[in-house]
Design a protein around this ligand. Structure first.
Ligand code: ADP
Ligand code: MG
Length: 611
């Protein structure tokens, strides 16, 4: 028998290796866009024909390549981004494996034109099947243009695996959005079959988000921004009312690299709890910057999943930051002024860690605590007090000290309570029988009486539904209630939950009920009307919101029983309402996400009056 093992020819080995990096046109798009960003371009154009099957071209105005570099770039393991293994842990660019261009050259016909600003002429190189077929000087603009034609022309099996043009184009648009979202300071365009689909002028992150995700987010984004020695988080979350039924507008970036993380997504969703329906998805575009040595981006070939040195701290940090932002949005009347370009964090984006910041950070003992492996479980009680000072104690002490599970409640309350103004005990003023004006140590509050009361009742009913039932007063003369057949079915379904909330209702023949008791605060004699209104309100929560029955019931009750505008309140009632509001776990908004109060700070007032 002859020996049977052979070395694969280069072009076949290259094609196999390429399969890991370039699975579909969108993978090539991602690599080319990232290279353009790494090359320092400020203007990047993506041109697609036939969903990338026929042409993918990226034109940038970045640093360009010398003739030798342009040739080298297509060799496997050719990269300018790392020189030694240690560099892997400091990497701040998008690429580093030196595989993308080699892979592209193995599975397409490639044409490169590139020129450095310092060179007088540029270079043209054509490659097919990993073999250079042409190399010559050309007149070219500064920067690089890479066109790849007929993807997988030499790997028919792969070409046949490609999906419909519509599907492949969707993947391409996804990648385009993920890269361009992270770099609002770069102009991007996407042209498909001669039609410009995106034209993204340079601007702020907020503008970029609206350009990419749509105008419905205009004026509906809340800034997130927390900085610590250990990490920074910034970006925007959609106000609760923008939450969608389908998971969609959710973007996480770590050191500007798009990542998928069910774990961090869970952290954000947790922060929105009680503000949106449990089965809807909040919108967010969040950037986490941390020392590159704290993440391992190298675990997945397409680099969308990453490992953090300590996930739990990041989880708590993200959740707290989002809660903080949610707590702020309703109390900052000039929110949109905060988002003007001068206050955008482009600087923080482009330089996540200055050398000075970094040395300061690493010399703090806190940083050292965090950088120990699994530090979260090692922090001993003496260190707790120090942790408190860690940027407004974003992480609850308990969760750091021991429990594996993060207690979202404790993180939340440590936040909301800190945000709360101290309200002076003296006069409250009611305006238009709708608003309560209160002065605080920091300025003044304008509280919407109905929204505030809705929040108070919502939390009260919520805890009653899960635990101790609300006290019932038995009616002396139980009234009967005659309903339409549909309403009767509805009420029948709700009786158990209603019982927990203080309503005792029993069926009494066809479509008829007897009201035996109501919560203590419902006026005697009005019981039937109260139930009818409740059913009306309940039906108002359209089924497409998909709240649970109980959630709808609680929301309906809170709305129905809340103090309405037009009701005159005594000093005592106003004080009670304001106290109750600030005892809520989430005092800043109604369950539907409407603000309960606004805060006007002293400084803002003084500024308005030119002081
Ligand atoms: P990596 O990005 O991991 O280094 P690539 O195969 O994507 O590997 O690119 C190889 C090298 O080619 C890069 O390190 C860079 O030096 C150079 N290069 C690629 N694209 C461009 C570009 N658009 N402009 C300038 N240089 C580029
Ligand atoms: Mg690259």
């Amino acid at each position: 028998m002859p020996d049977i093992i052979q070395l694969l020819p280069d072009h076949i080995a290259n094609q196999i290796a390429a399969g890991e990096v370039i699975q579909r046109p969108a993978s090539a798009v991602k690599e080319l866009l990232e290279n353009a960003v790494d090359a320092g371009a400020t203007d990047i154009q993506l041109i697609i024909n036939d969903a990338g099957k026929q042409l993918i071209q990226v034109i940038d105005n970045g640093v360009g390549m010398s003739e030798t570099d342009a040739r080298m770039a297509f060799e496997r393991h050719a990269t300018s981004k790392i020189k030694a293994i240690d560099d892997l842990f400091r990497i701040k660019t998008m690429g580093f494996r030196g595989e993308a261009l080699a892979s592209i050259a193995a599975v397409a016909q490639v044409e490169v034109k590139t020129k450095k600003a310092t060179d007088t002429s540029g270079t043209l190189i054509e490659i097919e099947n990993s073999i250079v077929t042409k190399q010559e000087p050309v007149a070219a603009a500064n920067g690089t243009s890479i066109a790849m034609k007929n993807l997988f022309f030499n790997v028919p099996a792969r070409r046949n695996f490609l999906k419909s043009n519509a599907a492949e184009m969707r993947h391409i648009a996804d990648e385009f959005i993920r890269v361009s979202m992270a770099y609002p300071e770069i102009f991007f365009s996407l042209t498909a079959n001669g039609q410009e689909l995106f034209h993204l002028e340079k601007g702020t992150l907020k503008q970029r988000i609206v350009q990419l995700l749509g105008n419905q987010y205009n004026a509906k984004l809340v800034a997130v921004d927390e900085q610590t020695d250990y990490m920074n988080i910034f970006g925007f979350i959609g106000k609760p009312e923008t939450a969608k039924k389908t998971r969609g507008d959710q973007y996480f970036f770590v050191n500007k690299r798009f990542i998928k993380s069910a774990y961090l997504n869970h952290a954000v969703a947790g922060a929105f709890q009680e503000m949106i329906a449990s089965d809807s998805f909040p919108a967010y575009v969040l950037f986490i910057d941390l020392d590159p040595s704290q993440v391992d981006i190298n675990v997945h070939p397409t680099k969308q999943e990453i490992k953090f040195e300590d996930e739990k701290i990041i989880y708590a940090f993200v959740q707290s930051a989002v809660k903080h932002a949610l707590a702020q949005f309703s109390i900052t009347p000039t929110l949109d002024f905060d988002l003007d370009p001068s206050i955008q964090h482009l600087d923080a984006v482009s330089k996540p860690f200055t050398a000075e910041q970094k040395s300061q950070a690493s010399s703090s003992s806190l940083y050292q605590t965090f950088t120990q492996k699994h530090a979260a479980h090692k922090i001993d009680p003496q260190q707790k007090s120090e942790l408190k000072h860690w940027k407004e104690s974003v992480v609850s002490n308990e969760s750091l000290a021991g429990s594996q599970q993060f207690e979202s409640k404790s993180v939340q309350s440590s936040f909301t309570h800190q945000q709360q103004p101290t309200i002076s005990e003296t006069d409250f003023t009611q305006l238009h029988q709708t608003y309560i004006l209160a002065s605080t140590n920091k300025g003044m509050l304008l509280i919407h009486q109905q929204n505030a009361h809705e929040r108070v009742l919502y939390e009260k009913y919520l805890s009653a539904a899960d635990g101790k039932a609300i006290a019932t007063q038995r009616s002396l003369f139980p009234s009967t209630l005659q309903l339409s057949p549909q309403d009767a079915i509805l009420l029948q379904e709700l009786t158990t939950d209603l019982h927990q909330l203080g309503y005792h209702i029993e069926p009494f023949g066809k479509d008829t009920f007897v009201i035996q008791g109501t919560p203590a605060d419902v006026d005697q004699g009005n019981e039937s009307r109260a139930i009818e209104l409740l059913l009306e309100q309940f039906k108002h929560y359209t089924s497409d919101l998909k709240f649970s029955k109980r959630e709808k019931l609680i929301r309906s009750l809170a709305k129905q029983h809340s103090i309405k505008p037009g009701r005159l309140l005594t000093q005592k009632e106003m004080k009670q309402l304001v106290d109750d509001l600030f005892n809520c776990t989430q005092p800043n908004a109604t369950s539907n996400g409407f603000p309960t109060y606004m805060e006007l700070k002293k400084e803002e007032l003084e500024k308005m009056f030119g002081r």
